[in-house]
Design a protein around this ligand. Sequence first.
Ligand code: FAD
Length: 338
Amino acid sequence: ALRPATLSRSLFSAQQSRFASSLVYLEHKGGKLNDSSLSAVTAAKKVDGNAAGILVGSKSDVDSVLSEAKKIEGLSKIYTASSDAYANTLAENVAPLLASFLPEKGITHFFGAHTAVGKNVFPRLAGALDSSMIADIVALEGEDTFTRPIYAGNAILKIKSSPKDKIKIVTVRTTAFDKAAIGSGAAEVEEVKEVSGDSTTKYISEELTVSSRPDLSSAPRVVSGGRALKSQESFSSVLDPLADALGAAVGASRAAVDAGYADNSLQVGQTGKVVAPELYMAIGISGAIQHLAGMKESKMIVAINKDADAPIFQIADVGLVADLFNAVPELVTQVENA
Ligand code: FAD
């Protein structure tokens, strides 16, 4: 609920944080907490050092995620809202619940990850609360001032939320914030009553791409291929052995996706996923700004391209000018024998 932040606890000025109360939307899937929410917790804690979380879903999902959620470092309280209507996170049902709950509890900041769920639920909620949506932030500069990338990451925009927006509705670029630890915390739990949503929208079905590889968004290593891979068959036959040898996720440029070499879910970039792994390998990718927007924060970038002037070499930490069809199999042998 509404609680004053003390001077010592506030990360911003005491005057700004007098009545801050942050809440984090804890996303989950298949009874497991989504790691991206842990980055949203870290962002939320920057407002006044503390936050609460909310779990929304079917009763069985909420029950199975709750014990893990209670242990998240820095969350003092977990609200739970369970109902069959929330089972598939339909924004049409979840947003009315939040629009009623947030003002009731005196929440001033509502954070979530900038994922498909965040992009779906949060704007609808912002509309319902007549508040401006603050999307995809990479930093907080005060409790009402945020920064976010624009123009495919070529410029950084500083946004100051209007004082008339009593609740800041914020999604967080997960690669910009460390994940909050799952510790030994024991947050208290409070149930939230169901609020009826939009009965005209129904969940029908969902088709998921199943992969035995690590999840692209959170994998520590990513091997990405571009148009140069030439076909779906060679995309797999060249990149899979390298990904297997490195225990990496596979990504792709939009050109590779558009040509049908790789699935849509593998696209990295402005209109794909944003990743920041320890190791990103760009293989046969030219380095267009729209691709860089999705991977340039990677810790170590390795590029293999036969054109020494390819723009990818401008941001690569390690570059190899070579034909990928020779270089990649050789690299696989070296990694396997290392
Ligand atoms: P190319 O640019 O064709 O590059 C292929 C590279 O492979 C070249 O550098 C070439 O030298 C090299 N090569 C060729 N043969 C070999 C070989 N045998 N061995 C080694 N190297 C070889 N792109 C994205 O990736 N993600 C996005 O999210 C995205 N969003 C976009 C959004 C908008 C609004 C627009 C307009 C574009 C977007 N794009 C995006 C597209 C982007 O502009 C580029 O067209 C795309 O990234 C190019 O993909 P590529 O590097 O695989 O292909």
